[in-house]
Write a protein that binds this ligand. Structure first.
Ligand SMILES: Nc1ncnc2c1ncn2[C@@H]1O[C@H](COP(=O)(O)OP(=O)(O)OP(=O)(O)O)[C@@H](O)[C@H]1O
Ligand SMILES: [Mg+2]
Length: 506
């Protein structure tokens, strides 16, 4: 690649190998001042690895990096930071037990007479965050806030540090629509100030709303860089997949299949302040899609079903018998499984191997006195790695080294290994790429055909439509409506989410 005169940050011939796995092969990329540059690719394509190399978090095997035309070599992210490259890594790197304002100012606190000026820090921190629409007590520990708030703090911190380049690796995965809009406003302002902004996301809408150029990676290789005005969504997806894909799988309705007998029956089952009493029968061979805005009570309902929170009203029956679910252990004993929304917090044990992560729930169910032998574990893990097409160099790799979508499949494998009767999936396709979306959607349909009962919470309405036998719409922490048959379409779901109480209860 010739030297790009307009580039602020330019990388040429980047190659990186982990063991025998080539994560990046001879990749060229250049980021210009005043542009938003989307970096796209399927899970495992090498996006995060490229960012880590550009910012000194990983070393490179081959290649050169130039900042303002000068060759640089960062030994640590701090060195990159000092030269004006601010980064929000995919795994947010904050200190949960420190206050919000300390997190915002780590290493650069304002000082007065040599002492940290906490009053000023507090004032400034509050002003900075209110620019993101956050009015919170900046003296409280970061861990007391939601993932979304923590994400915004990480972004605010990186923005404050980025004089030249701002790199955001999937910054919007845990943000709601309003928070995304605020972030976009800020990015546009920074762009106008001449920063180069690198934006990694799996949301195509966001790519087209924000970016000027896109670069696509596939299997560690550069597929190409294009101006957004020269390319459409189908072309971008094709570049990512290297093949055609039925983009509108949402139009294929779930077959009107016979549902089996009732497996789980809820009567006025609720928890004050979190979920209004629920009345719902869940059948074998049925997928109940749960739609609703973030904060509508979807996740709260899942937590209640799985015993993470305990109901304070109503009854639950499983297979016709009254049941008591006070903990996930009770739920597992009844044959329930749960893939949570935030796999980083609740699901994945990053330092354990893929094998250990997969057999974990099954082992717990068998009881520790019946320990699985290593051979048994290998066999189980091997089967699921194959069945779900989990891309990993080996079953012994720490799971944190897998790409996001593959981690998601590991959690799914963990629960499938317990041979569950009832599976609750909360946003099973969040933060994963288009190809993995289609695959998870297929797995869900297959499980339904196998006679499982499933509750799937998702914001991807076209997907909800494609696999649900019934759709439950939540609003204000209650079930607002149930949609059946021909009413299961995106337009109707959106209408129901948007309608007022009175309108929905026709
Ligand atoms: N430290 C590491 N050791 C071994 N393999 C690694 C390491 N970091 C990344 N990999 C591998 O390199 C490949 C690229 O991973 P990377 O995290 O860059 O993908 P990505 O494009 O960011 O994917 P996602 O969209 O899922 O975040 C993957 O196969 C991953 O397993
Ligand atoms: Mg990544």
């Amino acid at each position: 690649m010739t030297n790009d005169q307009r580039a602020v940050l330019q990388a040429t011939g980047i190659t990186k190998t982990f063991g025998s796995h080539a994560a990046l092969k001879n990749v060229d990329i250049a980021f210009q001042a005043g542009e938003v540059h989307a970096l796209l690719g399927e899970n495992g394509a090498g996006k995060s690895t490229l960012i880590k190399i550009l910012t000194g978090a990983y070393s490179l095997d081959q290649g050169t990096i130039r900042l303002d035309g000068e060759e640089v070599s960062f030994a640590t992210p701090l060195q990159a930071q000092a030269l004006g490259i601010g980064t929000v890594y995919q795994e947010v790197n904050l200190l949960p037990n420190m206050t919000v304002m300390d997190n915002l100012y780590i290493g650069r606190q304002p000082r007065r007479f040599g002492l940290v000026d906490r009053k000023r820090m507090e004032r400034e921190a509050r002003a900075v965050l209110s620019g993101y629409g956050l009015d919170i007590d900046v003296r409280a520990d970061l861990s007391t806030f939601s993932v979304a708030v923590q994400q915004i703090v990480a972004i605010a911190r990186a923005v404050a540090l980025s004089g030249k380049v701002l790199i955001l690796d999937e910054p919007t995965a845990s943000l709601d629509a309003a928070e995304v809009e605020k972030l976009f406003d800020i990015v546009r302002r920074l762009k106008a100030r001449g920063l180069a902004i690198v934006f990694i996301t799996h949301f195509l809408d966001q790519v087209f709303a924000l970016s000027d150029r896109v670069t696509v990676l596939r299997n560690g290789q550069l597929i190409g860089t294009r101006a957004i005005s020269d390319i459409n969504r189908t072309e971008v997806v094709k570049m990512m997949l290297g093949k055609d894909l039925a983009l509108h799988h949402g139009e294929i309705l779930a077959e009107e299949s016979e549902v089996g007998e009732t497996l789980v029956s809820l009567r006025d089952y609720g928890l004050k302040g979190r979920v209004e009493p629920i009345n719902l029968d869940i059948h074998r061979g049925e997928v109940i899609g749960v739609a609703g805005l973030l904060g509508s009570g979807r996740t709260e309902m899942a937590r209640l079903l799985f015993g993470i929170d305990t109901a304070d009203s109503g009854r639950i029956a499983v297979d016709g018998r009254d049941a008591t679910i006070r903990s996930p252990r009770d739920a597992v004993a009844l044959g329930f499984g749960f893939c949570p929304e935030d796999r980083k917090l609740d699901g994945i044990f990053g330092d354990l191997s893929v094998r250990e992560n997969i057999v974990m729930a099954m082992q717990a169910r068998l009881g520790w006195f019946r320990a699985l032998t290593r051979d048994e574990q290998m066999e189980i893990a091997g089967n699921y790695i194959e069945a779900l097409d989990i891309r990993t160099a080996s079953a012994e790799l720490p799971v944190k080294l897998l790409s996001g979508g593959n981690q998601q499949k590991v959690i799914l494998a963990r629960w499938l290994a317990t041979d569950p009767r009832f599976l609750i999936l909360d946003e099973p396709t969040r933060g994963i790429d288009v190809g993995a979306h289609a695959e998870i959607v297929r797995v869900i349909s297959r499980l339904r055909e196998d006679g499982l009962a499933l509750v799937v919470i998702s914001s991807e309405l076209d997907e909800v439509v494609s696999y649900s036998s019934r759709v439950v719409v939540m609003r204000d922490r209650a079930i607002a409506a149930e949609l059946h048959g021909a009413d299961i379409n995106v337009a109707r779901i959106v209408e129901t989410i948007a309608s007022h109480h009175a309108e929905a209860e026709q």
